[in-house]
Ligand binder design. Sequence first.
Ligand code: AMP
Length: 922
Amino acid sequence: MLACDASNDSCELEDKVPQGDRKGCFPQWACSWEEVSIMDEKNIPIRTYQVCNVLEPNQNNWLRTDWIPRSGAQRVYVEVKFTLRDCNSLPGVTGTCKETFNLYYHESNEVRESYIKESSFIKVDTVAADESFTQVDVGDRIMKLNTEVRDVKVTTRKGFYLAFQDVGACIALVSVRVFYKTCPLTIRNLATFPDTVTGADTSSLVEVRGSCVNQSEEREEPKMYCGADGEWLVPIGGCFCSPGYEEKGGACKACSAGFYKAKSSDAGCFKCPPHSHSVRDGATVCDCHSGFFRADSDPPSMACTQPPSAPQQLISVVNETSVVLEWAPPRRLGGRSDTSYSLDSQLCLPCGSDVLFSPGQTGLKTTRVVVSELRAHTHYTFIVHARNGVSQASGAGAAQSVSVSVTTNQAAPSPVSSILAIDVTRHSLSLSWQQPDRPNGVILEYEVKFYEKDQKERSYRIMRTFSRSVDVTGLNPLTVYVFHVRARTAAGYGEFSAPFEFSTNSDPFPLIGEGVNSAFLLLSVSGVGILLLISAAVFIISRRRSKYSKTKQDSEEEKHLNPGVKIYVDPFTYEDPDQAIHEFAKEIDVSSIHIEKVIGMVGEFGEVCSGRLRVQGKREIYVAIKSLKAGYSDKQRRDFLSEASIMGQFDHPNIIRLEGVVTRCKPLMIITEYMENGSLDAFLRKHDGQFTVIQLVGMLRGIASGMKYLSDMSYVHRDLAARNILVNSNLVCKVSDFGLSRVLEDDPEAAYTTRVRRKIPIRWTAPEAITYRKFTTASDVWSYGIVMWEVVSYGERPYWDMNNQDVIKAIEEGYRLPAPMDCPVVLHQLMLDCWERERAERPTFSQILNMLDKLIRNPGTLRTMLESGMGSEVCVSVLPEVCVPEWSVCEWLQSIGLERYRDTLAAAGYTSLDSLLALTHQ
Ligand code: AMP
């Protein structure tokens, strides 16, 4: 009975008129439906059910079908074909004749329900004919067949019955077709969707999951919706053909030979890349031709490649215990760009684990390696391998390498790596250390360099020893010392060790357990006085051995830390230059100035006059009046006044004193104290050879004192030269000429160099200031050394008539001005110290002042002239060779307030300061 036609999007449940047996009639009513054979429009006999009780009122004639199984359908369609007689064509029929019938259904699980109540049926619809016919029509054989379709939801039972109720029409049921709809099996996006029964409601969509066709993989869950009318809607997701397959006509077909497909995708199959092939259908990757390889990381689309040939032209350059290896890339790179190199450490015998390869030993992209930390005088073989991504796959080995043999040179020892201090007392300690890791030969000697941490390396001592320990004595109590040790072999000194810091303590003896003898402790107690004396001696002498006094330096450092110390303010930091000038300089009423004569010229608009100044309530004084005549630019005005703004901040006997300025009327004036002897260079030239060394040193001391004051105020002069020192009638020297741009623009000695834009007084300027404008107090110290030379040579021009470029070159090459005639060696040494290339090595002004003070106090030290005094005992060397000035023990004891020990020391045979140096605690 159930005839489904998939191609029809529907299944027929019943294709005949209901069975007209009597069982189909409801017993309570007369069964009026009759089974009648008639001819259809094509004159073919058909069976129909008819009823035509139009003359009697209240007709209720039922005809029902057999049980119709639902077969999974949820909504069924009932197509009824029928004919209906037009009531108007029936004579004598009034009121009782109808032109409709009713369609009912009843859901049931029973295949043969014997009795169904009328009320059990649910009405589907009242069906009217589109076309009715008359008797005449029938006679003429014109059938007017009506086709009506109704649908009904059937979801509750396994099947249902249909019923037709006639209520007084003249009707013939020709056929009843019952069917439901499905969305037919289909393939979309490589997913198969099965034949699917539509939903229960006219608007319902049934979600259906598709399954990937053969040789395909889900790309995204394939889904579609089956609509109520049997149409597929909204396809989502789908599948891709598996590796080795490509889509053809909605199915996945294997790649043919010579082609491959590596991934599931919607792409087609690819041709095999160079040097590869596939012989069977469905290849996911192509096999490499013999002799060609593919690295694990190579994509299947990449051509098969080969390992590289050996590196070429390996050369080695030995530098002591390092070897530089360089080579050219292999001739054949095998079609790849990932060639790397490695040095085989196993074959590099006897490479120790501490050998360094820079930039590395393996995976090198460069063709140069520096192998260092090798043993001195040792034979090495280095093998350089070239590899690429397929070297491993190909099993390539020695064939792709190249080797070289070298012998390292003799080398200095490596640095000592650790230093220990024991038996620490207030004045001594014992140092010990291990042999360097790589002695590179027989160690002939160790050198210990040490200095007070605060002193940095300005002053240090050196000790030499054959053993790996040394007792260091003569230290200051509670002081941190920095120690470096280096070893020497036949190849020379190695590098100094890193710094090791140890502090002396306040104990006169090492702590017990640190190597001290307790009996010695007892004995020592009685000798405390003499020990104190010895300590003082060693302390003071060792201080004298230092090149520059620490006390002075400390005081200098303290000052920098002291917030009370005045720091110079650059007037150019003021937006308004007049504000600076009035902050630092006093405005003088021009009427209180009396100009006498012109004594000098400065630049185009400047003039220096001497004159007198009478300020109310003060006595008249001689002054120098520097004026700026009309016609100057703003910049010239600012520069001119900046000198006064700077000078006005200073107050020191060796700095020219500013009396005041005239800014409110023209010309602008700067009034300073009058220096009767004018500038130092001219003054010395005028009095060539007329002063004693002590007088010259006195002048230098004054200049140093002024410069110390300036450096304490963090002022860098930049143009310190004898021409810029003024001398008064008492031979007091004062530093003058302040103001950066003015100094360099107006100084006739200032010249442009090729490297910097500003003018620089080349002969007086430190190399770092010439080269990269690094002007510091240390560069002022360099200039001070030149001033010393100018002073001692009575105003000689530094470097005589050498030109500036030659001066720069000579200095760069290490040339320094020689000692002027009759120059005490100590002064020339001080000059040389000022001209140290490394500016940190130069003395500070504080140290210079200290040194000059010492010289003045001990004029004997100045007696040694260069001609006669080379290598004398004058204390100028950084290395503390014996260098105690010519003092007697007695003088020295007096100077330190311990003269009461004079006899004790004399009785013990200590009659010279040198002999005191040999004193030990014992
Ligand atoms: P200045 O511009 O400071 O270099 O001065 C130019 C010249 O004037 C100097 O070389 C001195 O000869 C002279 N001069 C400058 N200031 C004074 C002064 N305060 N006392 C005496 N002469 C001075």
